[in-house]
Design a protein around this ligand. Structure first.
Ligand SMILES: Cc1cc2nc3c(=O)[nH]c(=O)nc-3n(C[C@H](O)[C@H](O)[C@H](O)COP(=O)(O)O)c2cc1C
Length: 362
């Protein structure tokens, strides 16, 4: 395959096809209103992305319950009052010709009490002095994910992506280290996957036939076990419960260091699973046209663009005109990001990421 194959459309099990293989990765920019409403900065960021040639654009992690907030100035989807801002973002993406998805998020044991979050661990051993969620509370959170998806549909989004990565609640429940429950949500692999599956199945039942469901999975840290995650993924793909799997790797070329898959690429552990009609893509240092194209050869149906899209919003359009396109080297001066249309708030947020924004000389 070649770089030009990235511009082939990609059908999904539900709803319209992606016009190409570029998906904008979920990026929290910490520039929303304090109540979770989409700010003018959010809307402008989405407007820029909407005209940048992506096949599908995910929003940053949006909290599904007020108590599930993880970050300051995070975008929310926990109540109907947020619909106008969400609708504006969905409309803007549609006008640009791409598909849209809200990333649904609950911070679980990492909810931030300073922002109104309520620490919600799967186990009583994770956070000293905080008891594990009761079964009823877990079911309430499941229902909040489902209600948020319905809200996303009302706002005009083509779908949602369930955030099952980085130790947030769905990922936390998958982990044998963070989940020692003895109810139906803990114990066996099947039980630890139950919350994720119930969220996905509940969203499918509650939304229309064209609504698209993505699932983001990470495999590192938080006591997650690769072999188990592969087993859970194989079941989800075999039952075609989702439209797309988004692998949240930090490096798409990462090699497995231990266990049954030692020496293989992490990506191949998942691309080798029979996927039926489900589409599979990865994130992780996709900074050039050539790298993006090669990932199709490695078994991806699509690629997720994160930092390359922050550096150059219209990464897909750049790749289209130049099959040798390569991202600017980081760190970049703040002025470079400013000139690219990035807000001061987002630039400040990016100062917290290693080696991304040049430090001002003293
Ligand atoms: C500023 C920033 C914000 C991010 N926010 C989110 C988020 O809200 N949800 C999520 O799942 N991942 C988030 N990520 C991870 C990215 O979606 C992506 O998986 C990661 O950056 C690797 O891709 P890249 O190498 O292309 O940047 C964020 C990454 C960055 C740099």
């Amino acid at each position: 395959m070649s770089v030009s194959d990235l511009f082939e459309p990609l059908s999904l099990l539900h709803g319209p096809a992606m016009r190409n293989r570029f998906m904008m990765a979920p990026l929290t920019s910490q520039q929303s209103g304090h109540d979770g409403s989409a700010s003018t900065f959010d809307k402008e960021w989405i407007r820029q992305l909407a005209h940048s040639g992506y096949g599908l654009i995910q929003t940053g992690a949006a909290y599904v319950e007020a108590s599930g907030i993880g970050f300051e100035r995070q975008v929310g989807i926990h109540c109907d009052a947020l619909l106008p801002g969400l609708t504006a973002m969905a409309t803007s993406i549609r006008e640009g010709g791409g598909l849209s998805a809200v990333q649904l998020h609950h911070a679980g044991h990492r909810a931030n009490p300073d922002l109104g979050g309520v620490v919600a661990p799967a186990s009583s051993r994770t956070v000293p002095g905080v008891r594990a969620l009761t079964t009823e509370q877990v079911e309430r959170i499941r229902d909040s994910f489902i209600a948020a998806a319905v809200r996303a549909e009302r706002a005009g989004f083509d779908g949602i992506a369930a955030h099952g990565a980085f130790g947030w609640i769905l990922s936390e429940f998958l982990s044998p280290l963070l989940n020692d429950r003895t109810d139906k949500y803990g114990g066996s692999t099947e039980n630890r996957a139950r919350l994720t599956i119930e969220v996905i199945e509940g969203i499918r039942r509650a939304t229309g036939p064209d609504f698209q469901i993505g699932w983001r999975l990470s495999v590192e840290r938080y006591g997650l076990r690769l072999e188990e995650l592969r087993e859970i993924t194989a079941d989800i793909l075999d039952r075609e419960l989702i439209d797309y799997l988004d692998l949240a790797l930090w490096d798409s070329a990462q090699i497995v260091r231990e266990g049954a898959f030692r020496g293989q690429t992490m990506l191949s552990v998942f691309t080798s699973i029979p996927r039926r009609g489900v589409r599979v893509g990865t994130a992780g240092k996709i900074m050039s046209a050539q790298r993006a194209g090669r990932l199709l050869d490695e078994g991806c149906d699509f690629v997720l663009i994160g930092r390359a899209g922050i550096l150059q919003r219209d990464f897909p359009l750049q790749v289209k005109v130049n099959p040798s396109y390569d991202s600017p080297r980081v760190p970049v001066p703040a002025q470079y990001l400013r000139d690219g249309g990035m807000s001061e708030r987002f630039i400040n947020h990016m100062r917290g990421w290693p080696s991304f924004v040049q430090r001002a000389s003293v």
